[in-house]
Design a protein around this ligand. Structure first.
Ligand code: 13P
Ligand code: SF4
Length: 341
């Protein structure tokens, strides 16, 4: 087993989404609306995808949410086709929970550094060395890794589920995000053994640069996704999943908020709190040419063009081996059944 499963820079794609004119965007959106209707399909989108796709999902009766609610929404919606706009593990989760539905994605190349950094064979060997531990994996993993776990969690419920398991005296084997794992361990005091993956996007946030920015905006509140490093989490006013961050942006009294997560979530901040000012948390120190590069390149691969194309060609279908799907459904179902706070 390696000591670090973070990706090397060369493993992270650079993706520049196409820039469409207003007329092209309006045309594409009309096409997509028509096709969704004709196909009995519903659009299930994550907060990190293009704002036009987020709007389309909401306008057509789909959803825009964090990964937990995407899973729940896709499972419960009666449409026969789910169009999942996000990254691959989100499409796989939808397919596992609804094997009878057709699940399509604008591209099958939208991966996740945490999923890539947790190869199933190596994970299997790691878990086999620790049979006494309850295996808890983050949703940002492949179907095969989920199939080897006792529980799947997302960032919105991970802390509460581990707290519950620790209270039952269970020792945890956690994978793959080392920052989220360390945060949960610190908050719950659970006995946790960690895989060492990281999100290439959130890992970039820098403590000192954030402190400097806080000094410039003295009245700003700080919102942080728990895939970020501990020092950054340590100065947050609220830590949570994308939907919890969104909720905090409504609840906190600050007119200015500095946010450590992918800035495509700002689309929803601006819809709901147009009077507030949202600032991207910095990813680099003084002298760097890029002050904030925390944009997930895989989420950016979801574009109006490839979404329209998928609806036309009915390609990019997400398939999961039925036996893997059956096994992965068990820990996913446990998460979905876990009582809400
Ligand atoms: P959420 O569950 O908070 O939406 O997070 C998913 C994710 O990939 C964050 O990087
Ligand atoms: Fe994965 Fe990070 Fe992108 Fe989320 S932001 S999908 S954790 S690479």
């Amino acid at each position: 087993m390696r000591t670090d499963y973070s990706l090397a820079p060369a493993e992270v794609p650079v993706h520049e989404p196409a820039v469409l004119s207003d007329t092209q965007r309006a045309l594409r959106k009309d096409e997509i609306r028509d096709r969704l209707d004709a196909l009995d399909a519903v659009l299930v989108a994550h907060y990190y995808v293009d704002g036009d796709i987020q709007d389309l999902a909401l306008e057509t009766g789909g959803c825009v949410s964090d990964s937990l609610e995407m899973a729940r929404f896709g499972r419960d919606h009666p449409a026969s086709t789910l169009i999942v706009s996000g990254v691959r593990f989100m499409g796989e989760t939808a397919k596992i929970l609804s094997p009878e539905k057709r699940v399509l994605m604008p591209t099958l190349e939208a991966e996740c550094s945490l999923d890539i950094g947790c190869p199933p064979d190596e994970f299997e060997a790691f878990a086999a060395e620790h049979p006494d531990r309850t295996v808890v994996v983050y949703a940002n993993t492949s179907a095969r890794v989920k199939a080897m776990s006792d529980w799947v969690v997302t960032s919105s419920v991970g802390l509460r589920i581990v707290e519950h398991l620790a209270a039952r005296g269970e020792k945890i084997l956690w994978a793959p995000d080392k920052h989220l794992g360390a945060y949960i361990e610190q908050q719950t005091g659970a006995d946790m053994l960690h895989w060492t993956g990281a999100c290439v996007v959130h890992e970039e946030f820098k403590f000192q640069a954030l402190m400097d920015l806080k000094n410039v905006y003295a009245d700003a509140g700080v919102l942080v996704h728990p895939e970020s490093p501990a020092a950054v989490i340590g100065i947050a006013d609220r830590v949570g999943s994308t939907s919890q961050i969104l909720q905090a942006s409504l609840e906190l009294p600050n007119d200015t908020l500095i946010v450590a997560t992918d800035p495509r979530l700002f689309h929803q901040f601006r819809r709901r709190s147009p009077h507030k000012r949202f600032i991207e948390a910095p990813t680099a120190g003084d002298g760097a040419t890029c002050r904030s590069c925390a944009h997930c390149p895989w989420m950016a691969m979801n574009e109006l063009d490839n979404l329209a194309q998928t609806l036309d060609r009915l390609d990019n279908e997400v398939l999961v081996d039925p036996e893997i799907g059956r096994l992965a459904m068990i820990p996913l179902q446990r998460m979905l059944d876990f009582p809400k706070p």
